[in-house]
Every structure is written in C-alpha cells, then in structure tokens.
Design a protein around this ligand. Structure first.
Ligand code: AP5
Ligand code: MG
Length: 218
C-alpha cells in the first residue's frame, strides 16, 4: 500500500530538513512545492513566471496552478510507492484536491500528517540563518553548518540565501500560515491522521518524534 506523508508546519519549522531524513529512511520521493516553484523560476518556465510574483512576495500561489503541478508530479514513476509532501497542501481546497487525486488515481488516502510546531520567535532566527542549495538541501549558519563553508555537503552545489528569506516577506509568509494553512489542523484532525510534533527540539529529536509517528501509522 502506497504511503503518503504530508509535512505540515510554518515557514522555517524544519519541513525541508526533516524531509531529507524521512525520504531516505522510508524510501519516499520528497515532493516540495516550494522547491518545485524555485526550480521553475530558475529555469524561467511558464509555471515559474506565474509563480514568481507570489513566491517573491511571500503569498500563496493560486490553488489551480499549485494543484495541477502536484498532480503531474505524483503521476511520475518515482511516486508509485507514495510520496512525502512538503509544503502541500496549504489551503482547504488543496487538501480536498489531494484527497480526490489520491482516491481517484491511486485508490489511496493520506497516511499521516506530522505537524511541526515551533515558537514564532525561533522561526525568524531559523529562516534568517538558513542557506540552501538548488537541490533543496538545507543548512544553517549556526545550527547546521556545512563541512565546507558555502558548499552543499550532499551534492557539492553552492549554498545561497533564498529570495523570500528577508524580514518583510517572512512576515507575510507567517501571516499566510496563521490565517490559512493552520486551518488544515482542523481538516486533518477529525480524520485521525494529524500528529503534532514539538519542533523546538534539536533536529535529531524532532526526527525521532516524526519517525515514531510514522511507524505507528504504517
Ligand atoms: P516553501 O519553500 O515551502 O517555504 P515555507 O513554507 O515558508 O517553509 P520553509 O521552506 O521556509 O521552511 P521549512 O519548514 O522547510 O524549514 P527548513 O527545513 O528549511 O514555500 C515557498 C513559497 O512557495 C511560499 O511562500 C509560497 O509562495 C509558495 N508555495 C509553496 N507551496 C505552496 C502551496 N502549497 N500553495 C501555494 N503556494 C505555495 O529549516 C529552516 C532553517 O532552520 C534551516 O536553516 C534549518 O537548518 C534550521 N532548522 C531546522 N530544524 C531545526 C531545529 N530543530 N533546530 C534548529 N534549527 C533547525
Ligand atoms: Mg522548506
């Protein structure tokens, strides 16, 4: 039975960081909508042109665009055993669309939704020190330094600071989470798949808590 994990949590909570570990251990393809948008923006595709005005300003990309992109991605061969969704869904409409596409295309359901809960002040410190590579591997100037400064440990690509990791845009992203995405807690909770995890702990301890939740669900 295919496994579909939805990682929920505010900007900077550690979704990308934890996704690297989960995908490795559970052999699930990491599907990050943020990474997919950034890749399309870098390659200047039509999708990238549409997404950029939203991502640069910390606003949610319209549902139609986002849902179509995820539907295409989940149909690829590397998702045939399921997927680890990071940053999708972010609206009730996206959550309903995901349920529908899993049911229709794969006869499956969302398996578990770990929600990484982190204090708002810590989020800003995490985001402002983040560095990442174009393949989505995540580092931090204090808490997760690469072996060689400015270079990704995993793929050797240069590390950069994201265009939306500035104070003004972070405020808008946090607002979008608090006003819209946090409502997904009430969407998934009655389905019995939501598992809130304390994300204020060390990266390793958060990983342990998420693994325990996944092991209980699968
Ligand atoms: P996206 O790229 O998903 O950004 P986000 O949701 O704002 O989340 P982040 O990637 O900033 O944080 P994260 O939780 O992955 O944290 P990370 O692991 O990097 O989306 C970008 C934009 O795309 C959106 O604003 C929107 O415009 C658009 N978009 C994407 N999906 C969409 C959708 N579904 N619908 C509409 N629009 C969409 O960690 C952060 C830092 O903290 C790192 O430096 C890390 O090393 C450090 N860290 C992690 N865990 C810990 C820990 N436990 N202790 C100490 N440090 C830690
Ligand atoms: Mg991320």
């Amino acid at each position: 039975m295919a496994v579909y994990i939805v990682l929920l949590g505010p900007p900077g909570a550690g979704k990308g960081t934890q996704a690297e570990k989960i995908s490795e251990v559970y052999h699930l393809t990491h599907v990050s909508t943020g990474d997919l948008f950034r890749e399309n923006i870098r390659e200047n595709t039509e999708l990238g042109k549409k997404a950029r005005e939203y991502t640069d300003n910390g606003l949610l990309v319209p549902d139609e665009v986002t849902i179509a992109m995820v539907e295409d991605r989940l149909k690829k061969e590397d998702c045939k055993n399921g997927a680890l969704l990071d940053g999708f869904p972010r609206t009730i409409k996206q959550a309903e669309a995901l349920d529908e596409m899993l049911e229709k295309s794969f006869g499956a359901k969302v398996t578990i939704v770990p929600c990484i809960d982190v204090d708002q002040d810590a989020l800003v410190a995490r985001i402002s020190g983040r560095r990442m590579c174009k393949n989505g591997h995540v580092f931090h100037v204090v808490t997760k330094q690469p072996k060689v400064e400015g270079v990704c440990d995993v793929c050797g690509e240069p590390l950069y600071q994201r265009a939306d990791d500035n104070e003004e845009t972070v405020k808008t992203r946090l607002n979008a989470y608090n006003e819209t995405t946090s409502k997904l807690v009430d969407y998934y909770s009655p389905k019995g798949v939501l598992k809130t995890v304390d994300g204020n702990m060390s990266i390793t301890d958060v990983t342990k808590a998420i693994f325990a939740a996944i092991d209980e669900a699968i």
